[in-house]
Design a protein around this ligand. Structure first.
Ligand SMILES: C=CC1=C(C)c2cc3[nH]c(cc4nc(cc5[nH]c(cc1n2)c(C)c5CCC(=O)O)C(CCC(=O)O)=C4C)c(C)c3C=C
Ligand SMILES: [Fe+2]
Ligand SMILES: [Fe+2]
Length: 345
């Protein structure tokens, strides 16, 4: 007679009560090295994604391979070098995302069957390595956490695409959950407000106004139905309410324009120039759409846009750090993850 081993008995003792759960934090990605070759590899993967550049036709392929990948990597490598974490020899985005993973793991340590890891959508550590690692540790369930407060197809959806691609090759798939966008979640708005107030209290000047600068995207993507712009507007409106500021004191702008198409407006760089020319002398910029400081905040905002502002007559400029692995920042990630793990822990 064949003996049937109960499923519970097949699992290691410590897991017997609940199936093991993996939590995978995912951010955008970044080059492995701050040189032209590293940036080229990264940009090729990134800009070949049809969620990022939707028209991947022959003209784009010629432009990408013939022009962009021959010119941009050298220029961007210089920018990456300005912000590079030389101690760890990696970009700040990687250092901060790892720390967010470590701190989340510590916060969830009372749940012995939960394993936390982190990954990058482009570059390393890859989503495939993250999922393979969690499965190897016995995770039967995986919660994917795209670290984007505002949803966009070019960020959140492409994380899911990649997760599904990895799962597509598996016979025995883990059960999957994905955290939703959290653009007006109370924990997130509270954390932003606390981090802004804390930072302002350290400054030797009082900003006349604050600019909330979000990563931009082509206007056509929004016209085709991407909710990203409306999520940025909702975040800014909630933050205004929380801070008691109106739209003249907390402005909304979009940065990081790429290519020749029209992107979401108002543009951050043009706004810096306009405000300085109109007589604003003291300014702070917050970047609520980035959950970790990266090239777009540390170089583009804190250096390039600071320079645009002062060059046009501004006097004091301060870039407010992203939520990163700060206590308020970790409160947001922990709240989000615990909410979505309900029933699994
Ligand atoms: C059409 C191109 C791009 C879209 C759409 C886009 C959306 C988007 N991006 C982020 C977050 C980040 N982007 C970062 C860098 C970056 N973004 C683009 C292009 C688009 N982004 C490029 C080409 C680059 C690389 C740098 C450059 O060559 O200019 C980063 C920083 C990564 C790092 O290494 O530090 C982040 C983060 C969001 C939230 C977003 C949503 C609309
Ligand atoms: Fe981007
Ligand atoms: Fe940029």
């Amino acid at each position: 007679m064949t003996s049937v081993v109960p499923i519970e008995a097949a699992r290691p003792a410590a897991q017997s009560a609940l199936p093991r759960v993996g939590v995978l934090l995912v951010n955008l990605g970044t080059p492995d090295t701050a040189n032209a070759q590293g940036v080229r590899v990264y940009l090729k993967e990134f800009l070949s994604d049809a969620r990022v550049i939707e028209d991947q036709g022959l003209i784009w392929k010629l432009v990408l391979n013939g022009i962009i990948l021959n010119t941009r990597p050298r220029a961007k490598a210089r920018d990456y070098l300005k912000i590079w974490n030389t101690e760890k020899n990696e970009s700040p985005l990687k250092t901060i995302t790892r720390s967010q993973g470590d701190k989340l793991a510590a916060a969830l340590s009372s749940h012995a069957h939960v394993v936390v890891d982190w990954a990058m959508r482009y570059g390393n550590p890859s989503i495939k390595a993250g999922i393979d690692g969690l499965i190897a540790k016995g995770c039967e369930r995986i919660l994917t956490v795209p670290l984007y407060p505002q949803y966009s197809a070019s960020t959140s959806a492409t994380v899911c695409d990649e997760v599904f691609r990895v799962l597509a090759s598996l016979r025995n798939q883990p059960t999957l959950r994905v955290t939703p966008p959290y653009y007006e979640d109370e924990a997130y708005i509270d954390a932003l407000a606390i981090s802004i107030e804390t930072h302002l209290s350290t400054l030797s000047f009082a900003p006349e106004l604050i600019v909330a600068s979000f990563h931009g995207m082509p206007k056509s993507y929004v016209e085709k139905g991407d909710p990203y712009q409306s999520h940025c507007i909702a975040t800014t409106a909630a933050l205004r309410r929380r801070l008691g500021m109106d739209e003249t004191k907390l402005l909304l702008t979009f940065q990081s324009r790429f290519g020749f198409d029209e992107w979401l407006q108002p543009y951050t760089d043009k706004t810096m120039e306009r405000l300085a020319k109109e007589g604003v002398r003291r300014l702070a910029v917050v970047t609520p759409g980035f959950s970790a400081d990266c090239l777009e905040t540390l170089e583009e905002i804190a250096q390039e846009n600071a320079e645009i502002f002062t060059h046009n007559g501004g006097e004091e400029f301060s870039a407010i750090p992203c939520l990163n692995d700060s206590d308020p920042g970790m409160d947001v990630i922990r709240t989000l993850v615990l909410r979505e793990l309900q029933g699994w822990i």
